[in-house]
Design a protein around this ligand. Structure first.
Ligand SMILES: [Zn+2]
Ligand SMILES: [Zn+2]
Length: 270
């Protein structure tokens, strides 16, 4: 059977929700509501279960799925993934519209981000964003992760090298810590997750353990062809040249588009 081209196929949802069935309320936190909701125009309009879990209805003597069920189950899944993804509190639920590009480099990075989130999983390369502090790299990488989770319901993690990666791993070697003996599990999880954001990439050259840990992570992501985003305050071409005998830089070049975002401190404008 021939499939009609997208333009002729009857859309299940509507333009108001970008044909996703889901809308995002940017003011949800002030209103005490959930960030995501079923589209009122195309999903709620056809819902007869009253939004009651597990979203079934009784019709003509039998029980069947309410029209809203698929959308509501997807929202529950997205929320569960989002709650464990580790995005910094102040960047949670930020969308591409929230990123105001302040110069040409930032505009290019935003366009690349848009391309990634709309084409995923058909994306060949990850992203390496570098530039001076305060240019919105962490915000933009958080946004890309949020968009990918909302649009595709894929599993993702956000880790900060300086804030939590090494600390978590080091703790896992301390008897009595909550994660004792789990370094292998933690590293495997980071190697396997569909999307990984590694914020604040860069380390002191004198710590071989850290260099090897980072190389192993980068290499595992590379081998598994997993989508990875890095942010860094350092120019990778210069700073990572000698790291792990250049092996980290060579992997990053193969697996990422390297984009610079430099300029004034973005945070001053927020
Ligand atoms: Zn709709
Ligand atoms: Zn319903």
């Amino acid at each position: 059977m021939k499939t009609a081209p997208p333009s002729q196929r009857k859309a299940k949802y509507c333009n108001y929700c970008d044909n996703t069935g889901i809308i995002h309320n940017p003011h949800f936190s002030e209103l005490g509501e959930n960030a995501l909701a079923p589209c009122p125009k195309c999903v709620i309009a056809k819902c007869t279960c009253g939004g009651e879990d597990p979203f079934y209805i009784f019709r003509d003597g039998k029980i069947e799925e309410c029209f809203c069920r698929e959308t509501r189950m997807k929202i529950l899944k997205i929320n569960a993934i989002y709650n464990r993804c580790g995005i910094n509190r102040k960047y949670r639920w930020k969308r591409l519209n929230d990123y105001k590009s302040v110069n040409k480099q930032a505009e290019d990075a935003k366009n690349t981000a848009y391309e990634i989130v709309t084409r995923f999983p058909d994306v060949r390369k990850g992203l390496f964003l570098w530039g001076n502090a305060g240019t919105g790299k962490t915000l933009l990488s958080s946004i890309i992760l949020t968009e990918l989770i909302i649009r595709h319901a894929v599993e993702g993690r956000f880790i900060s090298i300086s804030r939590n990666l090494f600390k978590t791993l080091q703790e896992s070697f301390h008897e009595g810590s909550e994660t004792y003996g789990e370094s292998g599990r933690i590293e495997k999880e980071l190697a396997d997750v569909d999307i990984l954001v590694v914020d604040d990439f860069g380390i002191q050259k004198d710590t071989e353990w850290k260099q090897e840990t980072l190389y192993d992570l980068v290499d595992a992501r590379y081998e598994a062809e997993k989508f990875t985003i890095f942010t860094s305050n350092n120019n990778p071409h210069k700073s990572f040249k000698d790291l792990s005998q250049g092996r980290i830089l060579s992997r990053i070049k193969e697996m990422c588009r390297i984009l610079e975002i430099s300029g004034d401190d973005y945070r001053d404008r927020l």
